[in-house]
Design a protein around this ligand. Structure first.
Ligand code: ADP
Length: 396
């Protein structure tokens, strides 16, 4: 079934990305983004044959719902409605229920809604997206691809928190991870680059975007990952704090913080933004650092140090020769100084940057960023939509 197209829908908390993807090549016929849902400035834009169009969303209807119906109409107008064979949805939290891609049914949607306790904003939006698409394309098979599924192979020692075990038994409190589709994709691409079966390879995949996570991929399977019950754990991120002594929460409660403000701070006001006081965006932090801002420099230092420590600890998780460290995500694919600093921490493990390789692997370009004689680090642009399209067609 080559060259089958899939409509991929990625419904975020306040956004909806969509694309019609060639499941054989990953090429997109049309891509689009609805954003700022729930706000007066809500809009939807798309790119078709090199041309970008933008519309404001001005309706009292639920914006996710509206966006799906607008996408349906758009695909009709562009003559693309009959082009795709399936709809693939990116779903954030699959809990322990979903260990792989499944066909969307009402029961699946209800389970995704139930699992919203793990990702409240995302799973609710995902469920709205699935329902609206089922209504719009009742004759087309639809598939749900879960961000957590790739991490379901973690052993208990990696996913169990050192809490009373009943919390796991009763409430399934455990590490689930996220970004699974991205870690899956770049580990497969890395194996292709090395000309080695992924089942015989070991990678540490490092997804650095607004959200950031590291995964140990042993023989093609996830054995550990840095995000936890939710995407708040692990690395420092654009606005999320990552790993934290839980006592900080109790301490701030005692200082009079309220639950909502506290968790808003940990999720939306920490990370690059909180430490630098400048911005959550890595480019802005780097610029401020170059202009001599000491807190931007501190944010850079914490970020790179923590990524390097995670990579070091995942050498233990893998416990065998690591074939390559793989950088991806907006920062991992583009930021020379951040990659360079991380590699310099990793010199103890035999990694040495190739400055030219590092400079060349940017803006969607894959490449090797370590020198000959060094252990290997690669840059591979992620493509979650491609995986969703591929897996949907495989399920057909
Ligand atoms: P998301 O997690 O929202 O999908 P992305 O993967 O697009 O995010 O990553 C966004 C991050 O990538 C931002 O912090 C942005 O500054 C960073 N980024 C993008 N391009 C560059 C660049 N050229 N140099 C440094 N950082 C970059």
């Amino acid at each position: 079934m080559s060259n089958s197209y899939v409509l991929v829908i990625n419904s975020g908390s306040s956004s909806l990305k969509f694309a019609v993807i060639d499941s054989a090549t990953g090429e997109a016929l049309v891509t689009g983004l609805g954003e700022c849902f729930g706000l007066p400035e809500a809009s939807i834009s798309w790119k078709y044959q090199g041309e970008k169009t933008e519309e404001v969303i001005n309706t009292s209807e639920d914006h996710h719902q509206y966006a799906v119906s607008r996408v349906v109409k758009l695909l009709e107008t562009l003559g693309l409605s009959a082009q795709f064979v399936a709809v693939g949805h990116r779903i954030v939290a699959g809990g322990e229920t979903f260990k792989g891609t499944v066909r969307v049914t009402e029961a699946v949607i209800q389970e995704v809604e139930r699992l919203a306790e793990l990702a409240p904003l995302h799973n609710k939006a995902n469920a709205i997206g699935m329902r609206a698409a089922m209504e719009a394309f009742p004759e087309l098979p639809q598939f749900a691809v879960f961000d957590t599924a790739f991490h379901q192979t973690m052993p208990a020692k990696a996913f169990t928190f050192a809490l009373p075990y009943e919390l796991y038994e009763q409430h399934k409190v455990r590490r689930y991870g996220a970004h699974g589709t991205s870690h899956y994709y770049v580990s497969r691409e890395a194996a292709k680059m090395l000309n080695k079966p992924v089942e015989q390879s070991n990678f540490i995949t490092v997804h650095l975007g607004n959200g950031a996570s590291v995964t140990a991929v042993k023989h093609g399977e996830c054995v550990d990952t840095s995000m936890g019950l939710t995407p708040l754990a692990g690395l420092m991120m654009g606005t999320r704090c990552g790993d934290l002594d839980p006592s900080v929460i109790e301490f701030l409660f005692r200082k009079g913080w309220k639950q909502e403000a506290l968790f808003e701070m940990l999720n939306k006001k920490s990370g690059f933004l909180g430490v630098s006081g400048v911005t959550s965006d890595a480019r802005g932090v780097l610029e401020a650092m170059e202009n001599g801002n000491p807190r931007a420099k501190l944010a850079f230092d914490i970020f790179t140090y923590r990524v390097a420590k995670y990579i070091g600890s995942y050498m233990v998780a893998i416990g065998e020769e690591v074939d390559a460290i793989v950088f991806t995500g907006g920062i991992g694919e583009n930021s020379l100084p951040i990659r360079s600093e991380i590699l310099s921490y990793l010199s103890v493990f035999g990694y040495k940057e190739d400055p030219q390789g590092n400079a060349d692997a940017r803006f969607g370009q894959s490449g090797t960023i370590t020198s000959s004689g060094s252990k290997l680090a690669l840059v591979i642009p992620t493509n979650e939509e491609f995986v969703i399209a591929q897996q949907s067609v495989e399920m057909l």
